[in-house]
Design a protein around this ligand. Structure first.
Ligand SMILES: [Zn+2]
Length: 423
């Protein structure tokens, strides 16, 4: 069997009804009355969702192993188990008021790919594994993409163990409870060798739907820079202080936001600029504001633009400070992640062979694939989501698109697992 015929065989064995049924089963765990899902990391719902997938794996006779942070790996063994496996997957946790597709889709499409390849009786050279990354959302314990970051060595276990939720529980304690309840075999090392990683995900934006395309071949996960800007003025009586003597931190901060939105203006609409927090002190109606703290979230797929515009944030704020003082602190600088060109081409080829409408796209959101890309050749496959909305109960993907994505994914992981040149 050549890689080309095997990938068509695998795509053809994808069982759409089974995929949709599995999605419904998973969506029931943590289901909310508004059609959404609440399944935060390390909760009872997280445990039950993992148990569901572990049950499916047991029925197939696939081994389930975990690393020390409960990132789970479900293995369909290949003929050469000594070779690094091809890995697909995503996350199973959700936002506190999340939807049934973010993350869950990538796990379900990956699982369906494993079952399809097994049903088709395809012998792959490399093993194929489904990964479930722990705490991608970072809503209960920060930061986001915690499991893949720890796996890739970007965060240490000691650091993430200290993270605590609103109730004061630490991530370390929550992890120990989860491992005990699931009785997972902790056999995998962090950053064990992988041949490739492919993540399927809903787009979480409107571009595929707007273009009428079924699949997005993801080129870049855009980079982002975060700034915390503190403006300091002086409190004074609102009724008695003349204009020329005021040091009004709010007026200065508003002017800075205006200047920054001029700086970030982009006719091509690629720049993403958000002031998501704006705190005013003392916050009294008849007192001139003394302190303002605001945040800037700035994203772009091109690192040259991230540098050029991001490096001017402080200059713009200083120029607009007037009689106030300003301190600009950069709290995060994450460069764009360019995904693997060869695997992305496999995604396009599979789409073409299967007659699926496809386009190139950049990822606006961050994903586990970002950290995996530092370890092995990595790609992403997007499917559309209705009205481009995500992180809300209204999140929705059409079954036909879910099935198309699973077919492309099954084709790509099969090709990656069969083709072992010079071995
Ligand atoms: Zn996600």
């Amino acid at each position: 069997v050549t890689a080309t015929s095997a990938r068509l065989l695998a795509a053809g064995a994808v069982d759409g009804e089974r995929l949709v049924r599995h999605h419904r089963q998973l969506a029931q765990i943590g289901a909310t009355p508004d059609g959404g899902v609440r399944r935060e990391a390390f909760t009872d719902e997280d445990v039950r969702a993992r148990e569901l997938v572990i049950g499916w794996a047991a029925a197939r006779g696939f081994a389930v192993e975990s690393d020390p942070f409960a990132n789970m790996f479900i293995r369909r063994a290949g003929q050469r188990p000594d070779l690094p496996p091809v890995v697909t997957g995503s996350h199973i946790d959700s936002q506190p008021a999340g939807g049934a597709f973010d993350g869950a889709y990538g796990v379900l499409a990956g699982w369906e790919a494993l079952e399809a390849i097994d049903d088709a009786g395809i012998e792959t050279t490399r093993s194929i594994e489904l990964a479930i990354w722990t705490n991608e959302e970072g809503s209960r314990f920060q930061p986001t993409t915690m499991g893949s970051a720890v796996f890739a060595g970007a965060l240490s276990l000691a650091e993430v163990f200290r993270a605590s939720d609103a109730a004061g529980h630490t991530a370390g304690d929550a992890l120990r409870q989860l491992l005990t309840r699931l009785d997972l075999a902790v056999r995998r090392e962090f950053a064990f060798p992988m041949h490739a990683f492919v993540e399927a995900h809903i787009e979480q934006g409107p571009l595929l739907e707007r273009a009428g395309k079924t699949i997005g071949a993801v080129h870049t996960i855009q980079g982002l820079r975060w700034f915390r800007i503190r403006v300091h003025g002086q409190t004074a009586h609102a009724g008695t202080t003349p204009a020329a003597e005021r040091r009004d931190a709010l007026m200065a901060a508003v002017s800075m936001v205006e200047g920054l939105s001029e700086l970030m203006r982009d006719p091509s609409d690629v720049v993403r600029f958000t002031v998501g927090r704006f705190e005013v002190r003392p916050g009294s109606p008849n007192t001139i504001p003394e302190d303002v703290l605001f945040t800037v979230d700035f994203r772009h797929p091109d690192s040259a633009v991230l540098s050029a515009l991001g490096d001017q944030v402080e200059t713009v704020c200083r120029a607009r400070a007037g009689r106030c003082e300003v301190a600009v602190e950069e709290s995060l600088d994450a460069p764009p992640t360019v995904l693997d060109a060869q695997i992305t081409q496999m995604v396009r080829d599979a789409g073409r062979d299967l007659g699926i409408e496809l386009m190139d796209i950049d990822s606006g959101a961050t994903h586990d694939a970002k950290y995996l890309a530092g370890l092995c050749p990595t790609a992403m496959i997007f499917i559309p989501c209705r009205n481009g909305v995500s992180h809300t109960p209204a999140e929705h993907a059409e079954p036909a698109d879910m099935i198309a994505g699973a077919r492309v994914l099954a084709a790509v992981v099969t090709e990656l697992a069969i083709d072992v040149p010079n071995q």
